[in-house]
Design a protein around this ligand. Sequence first.
Ligand code: UD1
Length: 422
Amino acid sequence: MGMFRIRGGRKLEGSIRVIGSKNAILPILAAVILTRKPVVLYEFPSLADVENMLLILQSIGCRIKRDNSTLFIDPSSIDSWVIPDRYVKEIRSSIVMLGAVLARMKKAKITYPGGCEIGQRPINLHLQGLRQLGVIINESYGYLDCEAANMVGADIHLDYPSVGATENVMLAATRARGRTVIRNAAKEPEIVDLQNFINSMGGRVAGAGSNTIVIEGVESFDETEYTVIPDRIVAGSYLVAAAITGSEIVVENVIVEHIQSIITKLRETGCMIVPQGEGPVSSVRIKAPRRLWAVEHTKTYPYPGFPTDMQALFMSALTVAKGTSIITENIFENRFKHVPELIRMGANIRTEGKIAVVQGVPILKGAGVTAGDLRGGAALVMAGLKAEGETWIDNIRHIERGYDKLDECLRSIGADIERIEQ
Ligand code: UD1
């Protein structure tokens, strides 16, 4: 167990590079098992959640080699359809393995993933979609026992554009007979990346990024080499680090289009943000004012709306803005765990249901705080960078699920942050 010790008040400078996307690589790792041929993945992020997913792949028979951020997977000898409980409990998003294992093995067994720090997180939409493809699902004693001997393409309407349900149905449908249409699909960039990865192996998926995705089932898949997209939430986190500390930095390896809603909100706080470079993957320079301005109302929505994964991080910046800001969390029912911790650091925040009212204060004060979930924990790091004195954050295993060596990265742009082993 480690802790972060942060001595706040330092200005940041220089440039910082964003890693490959956690939420893109997780479903891509599931999709790897669609093929029996070798797969090479570039920009592979080294994160606790992703490591767990690799353990799942190994447990069902994949052979894996690694060279820095390049991953080599040989999925030719998969011989199990049972996803071990301990990994599913560790990493909730491993539920996305269900669709992929069904496509490859025609059956699957997985424990019910249950809720987590930020809410109940039901999987009813995943299961409804799979059932419409002809999957027979028995739910008993906390397990899902699934048979997919005869998957046939279907017209599936999701009640809500769930990211995980869209991915699970997409994965299973790649091996269903005929055409599957997913309506009211999630439009997140990670869904587009999954489509592109599947197609790079010879799959036939179209429409990702819009609310209708069409999947034509295919018989087999080829080998592939693929580069995962940069992590838009890590990019947003670095932008917040600069904003809250009144700094000027360059964030490299970003797809500007993916972070447009974050850029728009940070501009409302008075930050100057200028994209640099021509290609789809480029950099952005951010220059923050000495004191941020409050933002009247920020509401989280599915992409391309402002992401729920940025809610806590943006709130940390608003705690020191001039004026009153309102934030509405529309996606998850229990995503304000960081609020009492920010209050311990001197923030003035009131919550009522899914609404938080943030009255900006001139300065935060260092304190001992606890990371309750991944992004909420990262928000405390950002607050610590601004706070007077020392901030100690424990339970940082939550933060390390989604950030690779966050302390080293922030130190490289001038932050005074250290990971202390306990
Ligand atoms: C993914 C992301 C997570 C992000 C979230 C929303 C990954 C690994 N995780 O999570 O970081 O915060 O999208 O952008 O990609 N819901 C149901 N029934 C279902 C499925 C979802 O009611 O079957 C509800 C959830 O409780 C939640 C909302 O739909 O309120 C959004 O969930 P969903 O889009 O599925 O998020 P995840 O895929 O779990």
